[in-house]
Design a protein around this ligand. Structure first.
Ligand SMILES: [Zn+2]
Length: 232
């Protein structure tokens, strides 16, 4: 029944893009993707105002990142889960841009994200991206870049290995796989830069850690992380 409901919701959102991605309510003129009530009531973390937040602490001792944050708490069965589901599986790349703009508005108010040079989204493997039609993290990075008026590039970091079925592996094994999963390209343009890496959902942090460490190997000065939601 639950599965049926999910497919039914997906079909509805394809047929009626004027429904809120969080709660399914009809959108009014001037609203896009999310209704005003969802926008107001989403579980915001306010991490951007605190350098030592729970997401940043997760990376202590793993990678020297300048700042790290998630905009939302990810709760099972909540609106955030619905939103992330739509972001990934309902062919709505513009939802990522909208969420990125919300995230960017927060980063604008943060003292810790003022010297960013370039945004880089966590890449999908090209097969996965072809199947989905878009990289949802690139959409988020696009939205942030618009608000912060900074460049965004998908050309510097590639995912070489499809990293499926990671969930059942232990943390060290997962990291072992991850550390070989990414490749830096055109590194001349990254020298001495402060890079903001952008991802959708943070769980163990293994992906961002691996991407960040790879970038730091190639002369990047600083890395910071911004994610939409974190499971914690
Ligand atoms: Zn809503």
């Amino acid at each position: 029944m639950f599965l049926f409901q999910k497919h039914f919701d997906d079909l509805l959102s394809l047929l009626f893009p004027n429904l809120c991605c969080g709660c399914g309510a009809s959108l009014y003129a001037g609203e896009s993707q999310l209704c005003s009530s969802c926008l107001y009531h989403l579980p915001y973390t306010d991490h951007h105002l605190h350098q030592e937040n729970r997401v940043a602490r997760q990376f202590w001792g793993r990678i020297p990142c300048h700042a790290a944050m998630a905009m939302l708490f990810f709760r099972k069965e909540g609106n955030v889960q619905q939103i992330i589901h739509h972001l990934k599986y309902s062919n709505r790349p513009e939802l990522g841009v909208k969420l990125g703009q919300l995230l960017g508005e927060r980063l604008l108010l943060s003292p810790y994200y003022q010297n960013i040079d370039l945004l880089i989204p966590v890449p999908l493997h090209k097969k996965r991206e072809r199947k989905r039609g878009y990289n949802q993290s690139a959409g988020i990075a696009d939205g942030i870049a618009k608000v912060l008026q900074l460049p965004m590039s998908s050309a510097h970091l590639l995912r070489k290995v499809p990293t499926d079925s990671q969930t059942k592996k232990g943390r060290s094994l997962r990291f072992e796989n991850m550390s070989k999963a990414f490749e830096v390209r055109n590194e001349e343009a990254l020298q001495g830069k402060h890079i903001l890496l952008v991802d959708d959902v943070l769980t163990t942090g293994a992906t961002l850690e691996a991407c960040g460490l790879e970038l730091l190997k190639y002369g990047v000065d600083k890395v910071s992380f911004a994610t939409l939601a974190f499971v914690g």
